[in-house]
Design a protein around this ligand. Structure first.
Ligand SMILES: Nc1ncnc2c1ncn2[C@@H]1O[C@H](COP(=O)(O)OP(=O)(O)OP(=O)(O)O)[C@@H](O)[C@H]1O
Ligand SMILES: [Mg+2]
Length: 244
């Protein structure tokens, strides 16, 4: 059984259909990349899967259970967590306090939540910043905090919305390592990203969205050469050897 199954999902905002009859499946342990031009509907897809928007039609199943229309916190409790493209920390709380809120999802005890939060901050490389106010963090650290908050809910499936975009080259490599490490821990990942180095090196499979519709799906090597994908998004073939 697929871990996540999206079937015939459609979402319209007034006259604009942002997601159109979209279907795909995600198997446990996989990294599935989602790519497509700006405005293609990628973030809208995440908002539908995580319960922030209700679809006009179609369904979302997690481990065989229909989660369509559930509230975001109910979906988080079932093991699905996400990051936000526009990072959304509680600005007046410290880094540790922010991550602790996520950790409370499965840890009612404050001490347990704090232990978990500190362990996650260590794993993402933010331990030293634990007492800094979230509002004072530079973008690279904000992205890590966003990731840490999602990890703190101890998800089975994590949806990452552009956690690499905007990072410098060292931060990019660190984030790619972190995503790979997360997969190695057994967490399944849905990855929206414009940074091709990240998408092509991490994704086991890629789904390409254009004007809300799926135009291609397959392994990275195949997608990078697909003429439809090159025309709609890539511009030119992505050459693996030059980007290793
Ligand atoms: N809440 C909303 N109300 C109205 N229109 C919306 C809303 N959210 C998204 N849209 C529209 O839906 C379309 C898809 O937007 P979405 O943010 O999902 O794109 P995206 O693929 O994530 O783009 P990007 O790569 O720039 O992040 C866009 O035309 C956008 O303007
Ligand atoms: Mg987006």
């Amino acid at each position: 059984m697929a871990l996540l199954s999206v079937r015939n999902l459609t979402k319209a905002f007034g006259g604009l259909t942002a997601i159109k009859d979209l279907s795909f499946e995600l198997q446990k342990g996989e990294i599935l990349g989602i790519i497509g031009p700006n405005g293609a509907g990628k973030t809208t897809l995440f908002n539908l899967v995580t319960g922030f928007y209700r679809p006009n039609s179609g369904t979302v199943h997690l481990k065989g259970e229909d989660i369509t229309g559930l509230r975001p916190h109910e979906i988080a409790r079932l093991g699905l967590s996400r990051t936000f493209q526009i990072t959304q920390p509680f600005a007046n709380l410290t880094v540790l306090e922010n991550v602790k809120i996520g950790a409370h999802c499965r840890n009612p005890s404050s001490q347990k939540a704090e232990e978990l939060a500190l362990q996650i901050l260590d794993s993402v490389g933010l331990f030293e910043k634990r007492d800094t106010l979230a509002s004072a963090l530079p973008v690279g650290h904000r992205k890590k905090l966003e990731f840490a908050k999602a990890l703190a809910t101890q998800p089975e499936l994590i949806l990452l919305d552009e956690v690499v975009a905007g990072l410098n080259s060292k931060e990019t490599n660190d984030m790619i390592d972190l995503i790979g490490k997360t997969q190695n821990q057994g967490i399944t990942i849905l990855l929206i990203e414009h940074v091709m180095k990240a998408i092509m090196s991490l994704s086991n499979r890629i789904v390409v969205i254009h004007y809300g519709e799926k135009i291609a799906e397959g392994p990275a090597e195949e997608i990078s050469k697909d003429p439809k994908v090159i025309e709609a998004y890539l511009g030119e073939e992505y050459v693996f050897a030059e980007n290793r």
